[in-house]
Design a protein around this ligand. Structure first.
Ligand code: BEZ
Ligand code: FE
Length: 259
């Protein structure tokens, strides 16, 4: 970043914070509480959480726009490459409703993209992310796969429920103090990439989720909401080799040509 850019952006930010302080006649006690709070956010390691909840959606909208959304703080590189038929790594008794997601990766002009990479991650049914929270084994519900010669893919996983942000730290304290809830709708995360295209970071949500309209991270877009179809007949379960009712849904990812 150039000196001019830093001076322009940081200068504007500082002016706006000063304007808010003046507008709301912030007292010395409030100012000291705020400074102490910001120090505690750092001590608790919650800056990525804090910034992704409050600001990432604006940066994302400017840089990706339609079809994309925020990455959030829980991406981990080096997820395992999966073999077809794709199933996200999971425990034998993984909780949650089974989900089969199929779809296509296309260019923005509609051409299917064979060999596109989908790097996928999600929370488990208890709302824990592997490699972040203690409980799930490493790389549980994280994996990489590619589209076939028609630009298509299919992966089996579970439907993640809506969840609340980590509690017990400064983030929860602030949300409670403001009377705001700390929930995100259930979602699947993706980074979709292919040679010659700009990678797309996005998430997919589920129709009917109670937090679609009030995501604490402001990251839901209408084009990212999946409709689930339930399959509960013995014939359907047999045909798919499933031992319990499952859901299917599909989505089309669109990549912009690079450059
Ligand atoms: C998430 O996608 O999991 C997430 C996004 C922003 C803040 C916290 C979590
Ligand atoms: Fe997430």
């Amino acid at each position: 970043m150039t000196t001019e850019r830093v001076a322009t952006v940081v200068g504007d930010l500082v002016n706006r914070i000063n304007d808010a302080i003046a507008k709301h006649e912030v007292t010395y006690d409030e100012y000291r509480a705020a400074v102490n709070y910001l120090i505690r956010v750092g001590e608790a390691g919650e800056w990525p959480l804090f910034t992704d909840v409050f600001f990432e959606h604006t940066v994302e909208q400017l840089n990706q726009g339609e079809g994309g959304t925020i990455m959030g703080p829980y991406y981990v590189p080096d997820a395992p490459w999966l073999e077809r038929p794709y199933v996200l790594p999971m425990r034998e008794d993984e909780k949650g409703d089974p989900l089969i997601l199929s779809g296509t990766v296309r260019s923005t002009s509609g051409d299917p993209i064979p060999g596109a990479v989908l790097d996928m991650w999600q929370a488990d049914a208890d709302t824990n992310y592997s490699n972040i929270q203690q409980e799930p084994p490493p790389f549980n519900l994280r994996g990489k796969m590619t589209t076939d010669e028609n630009g298509e893919f299919e992966v089996r996983t579970i439907v993640p429920p809506y969840y609340h942000l980590p509690r017990g730290g400064p983030m929860e304290e602030l949300l409670k103090a403001a009377g705001w809830h700390d929930f995100r709708p259930g979602h699947l995360h993706f980074i979709v990439s292919a040679d010659g295209y700009t990678p797309l970071t996005t998430q997919l949500y589920f129709e009917g989720d109670r937090y679609l309209d009030s995501d604490v991270a402001s990251a839901v877009k209408p084009e990212l909401i999946l409709t689930l179809r339930e399959h509960d007949s013995p014939e359907e379960m047999d045909a798919r080799g499933m031992t319990k009712p499952f859901f299917t849904t599909s989505h089309e990812f669109r990549l912009k040509p690079a450059g």
